[in-house]
Design a protein around this ligand. Structure first.
Ligand code: ZN
Length: 444
């Protein structure tokens, strides 16, 4: 049972591709060395901590140097608080002139525009004209006038950013300013993890000011348990935990940066559509995804979209899962996290779980279906096809092009532990549940 639960944790945390990548030959194992942590301050405007387990876990090792160098490079290229950064140069002269950028900056802009499109503009890399208005000496601390906001709003929107095939960037509107603050830490974290892997590191935790990335598995082979920070300001405790292996956990919440003026609290996550802090009943959104950049962008996007539209967005992105905490302390999770997220204390509640069915292909989970939510999922591989229906709390194979039709004949199932098997297609649908707690680090 314990082993099944661990496998399930890992399977749910990381999408199939990532979990496959994480199943590695065990290292020729001497006694496992103690993990080593190193931190840098002043990087990406936060504290960056890298903890290495096993290979590379020596103070000052090449692995740490490579990770911090990768993060520094991203910071230098992307910070809008550095007048000499590439992004600042584009903001300075990108209207009217096409500004050449480095390959790295080009890649991050490409990813930023992709996330902007995925999220229907809820994540906006061109929001800089608006964010600048809310800053005083680089800090989120100033209430702009309605006139200032109205003047800056037309400059926002990814449609104002023209990424050209010749490696240059142009801004289409005079007031357009890039601000990649919502994905910079995530991107730096991805580059640092890549640098660690390049140094032979196979197990590490990266904490970029609350943006957490779990590289590989814990030395014992199980997923890391990541705490999601309590969204109550100044609390410092954990709201709940999620498992992660080769996955990032990134949280966006109004509690992270805010100021008060005239009795009103203004937090730092701006709605690109209004130029003002997002309103609504969300306290925080955490995303679990194999890419920290994607997790970072989606956490902002989902916070802007709110609970229902944010959930719907994540439903359309198979590799990303989410944890939404609303003002009443309710924790809402996407289907892939049902059964593996546990509230840390009684300020937080998880609504009654409705059960999930996990679809496995060749023993790898490919899809998690929430039984409380009617939907159709079509499994397709190399000419194989199974149409799987969730209806009224149960799951069945409605149609399949397998030879024996056994899977269809097995009918609908709803009880935990039940399985529907399509042997010719190496397909198993299993109704599952589970739970665990005990965090290795905290995201947020
Ligand atoms: Zn079948």
């Amino acid at each position: 049972m314990a082993i099944t639960a661990l496998l399930l944790l890992a399977a749910c945390a990381a999408p199939s591709g990532a979990s496959r990548a994480a199943v590695k030959e065990p290292e020729a194992a001497a006694a496992p060395a103690a993990p080593v942590s190193e931190s840098r301050t002043g990087l990406l405007g936060t504290v960056v901590t890298v903890t290495v387990y096993g290979r590379g876990a020596e103070p000052g090792s090449a692995a740490f140097e490579a990770a911090f160098a990768a993060a520094t490079e991203v910071d230098e290229a992307m910070s809008v608080n550095r007048p000499d950064s590439e992004i600042s140069r584009v903001n300075e002269s990108g209207f009217g002139a096409a500004v050449p950028v480095s390959e790295g900056t080009y890649a991050i802009l490409e990813e930023a525009l992709r996330i902007a499109e995925l999220s229907g503009g809820a994540f906006d890399p061109a929001i800089g004209g608006l964010t600048e208005l809310w800053k005083e000496d680089g800090a989120f601390a100033r209430l702009p006038s309605a006139e200032e906001i109205a003047a800056a709003r037309p400059g926002a929107g990814a449609g104002n950013v023209e990424l050209r095939a010749d490696g240059t960037v142009r801004l289409a509107f005079p007031g357009t300013r890039l601000d990649l603050g919502a994905i910079a830490k995530g991107y730096a974290c991805d580059r640092a993890a890549e640098a660690l892997r390049g140094q032979g590191v196979s197990s590490a935790l990266l904490d970029f000011g609350g943006n957490v990335y779990a590289l590989g598995a814990k030395p014992g082979g199980e997923a890391y348990t990541i705490g999601i920070a309590s969204p109550y300001p100044g609390d410092g405790s954990v709201a709940c935990t999620v498992p992660a292996m080769d996955a990032a956990v990134v949280t966006s919440g109004g509690y992270q940066k805010f100021f008060e003026e005239g009795g009103v609290i203004y937090h730092h996550i701006l709605d690109p559509a209004t130029g003002y802090p997002v309103e609504g009943n969300l306290l925080s959104v955490s995303i679990v995804a194999p890419s920290s950049t994607l997790a970072d962008g989606l956490s902002t996007a989902c916070f802007v979209l709110g609970l229902d539209r944010g959930m719907a967005l994540l439903d359309s992105i198979p590799e990303a899962e989410g944890v939404f905490i609303t003002a009443d302390g309710t924790i809402h999770v996407t289907a892939g996290l049902i059964g593996v997220v546990s509230p840390a204390d009684d300020r937080f509640t998880l609504p009654q779980e409705e059960g999930v069915a996990v679809v496995y292909y060749e023993n790898e989970p490919v899809k998690t279906l929430r039984l409380g939510q009617d939907r159709e999922y079509v499994f397709e591989r190399d000419g194989m096809e199974n149409r799987i229906l969730v209806e009224g709390g149960s799951v069945r194979v409605a149609e399949a092009n397998c030879a024996n039709q056994t899977c269809v004949q097995m009918g609908a199932h709803a009880a935990a532990g039940d399985m529907i098997v399509c042997l010719p297609h190496s397909l198993v649908i299993k109704i599952e549940e589970g739970a665990d707690l005990g965090a290795d680090t905290v995201a947020g």
